[in-house]
Design a protein around this ligand. Structure first.
Ligand SMILES: NC(=O)CC(=O)C(=O)O
Length: 279
C-alpha cells in the first residue's frame, strides 16, 4: 500500500470578497499562493468568491466557463501544480445562470464542473428571505475528482442540507466531501458545523465547508467559520469570521478505521425500507 497516496493536504481559503471583481480574483490568487506555501496539494476557494453573494449581483458578475475568472484559476493551478477547487462563481450559459464550481488539474485542465443542485430558497420572516431561484437555475449532475487515492465529491452550500446527495457520493466511493458554502448570521451559528459533522458522521468521511470571510457591510453577511470535520465527526479546524488560509491533513487510514469499527453501510436494511415506507 502506498502510504503517500493515502494522505492529502487540503488547503481552505476563507476569502474577503467585495464589490470589485478583479480585486476579488487577484486576492484569491494571492491566497492560493499562501495555501501552496503552507503545503496544500488541493486548495479550495469559497462560494461566490468573485462576486458579492446575492440575487441582485449574479447577472452582473456572471461569466461563461471558460471565461475571464476561470482562465486565471486554470493558470494558477498549472503554475503551482495543485488541484484547485475554484469555489463558485455565477456562471452564464445561454440565457441561464448557475452557481458553479470548477475544478482544475495540474496541467490547468478542467477536471470537473458542478452546478449547485439545491437552490437556496428560504423564508424566515423578519430574519432572512433569500430566493436563489429568482435568478439561478439548478444543476443536475454530480462532480467527483480523483486525487491520489482520494475521491472528492463536490456540493455547494445549501446542498449540504440534503443528506441524499452526500450518501450518493459515499456510495460512489467518495471519502471526502467539499462544499464551498456561504451560510449567514441566522443559520450559520447552529447549523454550519452541525451539518458538516452530520454528513461526516452519516457517511464516515471528511467534510470541508469553505466560506467567504464575514463582511458586516454586505447585503448578505456570511457566517465565516470554514471548517473541516473528520470521519469520526470530530471538528479538525474551524476559522473565525475573518479571512483565513489553513491546511489540514487528511488520512485514508482514519476513514477505513471508522468504517470498520462501525460498519453501518453494510448493515442497512435495504431489504425492507421501501416496503415499510409504503405501508
Ligand atoms: N447560502 C446557502 O446556500 C445555504 C445557507 O445559507 C443555509 O442553508 O443556511
Amino acid at each position: 500500500m502506498d502510504k503517500l497516496a493515502r494522505t492529502l493536504r487540503l488547503g481552505c481559503i476563507q476569502l474577503k470578497v467585495g464589490a470589485n471583481k478583479s480585486e476579488n480574483v487577484a486576492r484569491a490568487i494571492n491566497k492560493i499562493r499562501d495555501a501552496k506555501m503552507k503545503g496544500a496539494e488541493v486548495v479550495s476557494l469559497p462560494e461566490c468568491f468573485n462576486s458579492p453573494y446575492g440575487t441582485a449581483y449574479f447577472n452582473d458578475y456572471a461569466e461563461t466557463i471558460p471565461g475571464e475568472t476561470t482562465n486565471l484559476l486554470s493558470q494558477i493551478a498549472k503554475e503551482l501544480q495543485i488541484i484547485l477547487i475554484g469555489g463558485t462563481i455565477p456562471e452564464r450559459d445561454g440565457d441561464k445562470l448557475y452557481n458553479t464550481a470548477t475544478i482544475w488539474g495540474k496541467s490547468g485542465e478542467l477536471l470537473a464542473k458542478y452546478r449547485k443542485m439545491h437552490l437556496f430558497d428560504i423564508d424566515i420572516p423578519n430574519e432572512i428571505t433569500f430566493k436563489e431561484s429568482d435568478s439561478l437555475s439548478a444543476g443536475n449532475d454530480l462532480a467527483i475528482i480523483n486525487v491520489k487515492d482520494f475521491k472528492i465529491g463536490i456540493g455547494i452550500c445549501y446542498d449540504i442540507r440534503f443528506e441524499e446527495l452526500a450518501k450518493i457520493y459515499r456510495k460512489k466511493g467518495c471519502n471526502v466531501l467539499v462544499y464551498p458554502a456561504a451560510f449567514n448570521m441566522k443559520t450559520g451559528p447552529l447549523h454550519y458545523e452541525l451539518l458538516a459533522q452530520s454528513r461526516s458522521n452519516d457517511n464516515q468521511l471528511y467534510t470541508a465547508l469553505i466560506s467567504p470571510a464575514r463582511d458586516v457591510n454586505a447585503s448578505y453577511v456570511a457566517w465565516g467559520h470554514s471548517c473541516v470535520v473528520d470521519p469520526w465527526a470530530e471538528v479538525m479546524y474551524t476559522s473565525e469570521a475573518d479571512e483565513d488560509v489553513f491546511v489540514v491533513d487528511l488520512d485514508l487510514d482514519k476513514v477505513d478505521k471508522v468504517r470498520a469499527n462501525i460498519p453501518v453501510f453494510n448493515q442497512r436494511r435495504t431489504d425492507i425500507y421501501e416496503t415499510i415506507e409504503k405501508k
